[in-house]
Design a protein around this ligand. Sequence first.
Ligand code: GLY
Length: 409
Amino acid sequence: MLHAAHKADTSSTNDVHNDFVHQNFLLSAQQYNGMLRAATDISRYPRTINARGEVISTDIGEWTVGFWPGCLWYEYEYFKTENWKAVAEKWTRSLEKAQYNTTTHDLGFMMYCSFGNAYRLTGNKAYRDVLIKSAESLITRFNPKVGAIKSWDSFKSWDGHSVYNFPVIIDNMMNLELLFFASKVTGNPKYKNIAIKHAETTLKNHLRPDYSAYHVVNYDPQTGKVLSRETKQGFADNSAWSRGQAWAIYSFTVAYRETHKKEFLNAAIKTAYYFLNEKNLPADKIPYWDFNVNQSGFNPRWSYDPSKYKTVPRDASAAAVASSAFLELCTFTGSNDRSRLFGAAKEMLETLSTKTYRADVGTNGFFILKHSVGSLPNGVEIDVPLIYADYYYLEALLRYQKLTSPVKF
Ligand code: GLY
C-alpha cells in the first residue's frame, strides 16, 4: 500500500525558486521511495550497505536510528505532501521507547533528528513530551565534577591496556540541542545549564590551539581531571578526524544560537576555518576521512596498513555536516566570513550533488550519497553510504534554499 502511495510522490507545493535544490530533492525522493519499498520492518533503521550493496539496518539502540525518520521529515518539509508526513510519523513513532534509554549519550541524535523535526513541523505536543523525557534521560549521564555528559561507559585505548570510565567525545556536543529545546519548552533551566556547562568543558579541553578537535577526552570522574586525549575513529591521537571537526563546527554554532555566548561563536568560526584552511583539504572540499592521514608527526596506534587503500578515502558525511553547519554559522558572522562560509557550503553541496558523490536512482541501497566513512580504524563502513550523510545533506539543501530564497521564510 505504502508502495503505490509513494511511487510518484515527488509532487510539491513548494515554490520552485531554486532549481539546484529542487532537482536534488526530486532525486532524493525517488531514492527514498525505493528505500520505503524495501524497508518494511519498522523496528530496523537503515544505516548503510554491505559489500553486496544490500541495506544494513540496525535495531533501536544505535546512535543512527533518528536519521532515517529525520530524512523523511526533510522530504516532508520540502514537498509538503501528506504521504511524506505519514511515513515520517510512522518511523518517528517507532522510536518512542528510546526516550527511556539512559545507556547512551546519543539521545540528541536519536530523538532530536526524529521527534525534534516532527514537533517543529507539526506542533504535535505528544512529540514534545517524548523530547522532554529524552532530555531527562540524557542528563542522567551528566557529572558535575567533570562538567560534562559521559559518552561511552568505558573506553579502551588503542594500546589495548588503558581503560577509562569517563570518556567524552567531540560528537557528544551534537546532543546538546535537545537540552536547549527541553529548557525552552518546559521553562526549566536545568537542561540548558547542563548543555552550557558541557559546551564550556568541551571548549576548554577538546580544542587544540589551532582549533582542530580531539576526538576523545578521558576524565577522572572523581576529580574532573583530564587523564588523556586520544582517538577512536581518527588517524592518530593528535590528528583531526574530519567528521569530529564537522561536529565541532556544527555544535558550537548551535551553542551560540542558543546562548549568544561569544566564546561559542568564536569556537564555531575558528573550527570552521581550521576545516577550510587545512592544507590537506582537497580542492573539491570533500575531506579525507581524517585531515592528517599519512602525514609525518601523526602515528596511528591501531594497526594501519596504507597499502590497503589506493587513495585515502573521503568522508562525504563530514562534508555534509560541515556544509549544513556553515550555512547556519554564516548567518551569525560579519560579511567577509559570511561570504566565505556560504561560498564554501555552496561549493561542497555542488560537489556532493555531482555523479561522483550522489548516487544514480535505484543504486547505492537507495541512499543518496556515496563515499562516507564510519570508522576506518575499526575497519567498518569504509567508503559507503551512511544515513547521516544523507540527513545533513538534505538539511543543508533546505538551509541553502532558505538563504537563497527571494521570499523570506
Ligand atoms: N559517533 C558519531 C560518529 O561516528 O560520528
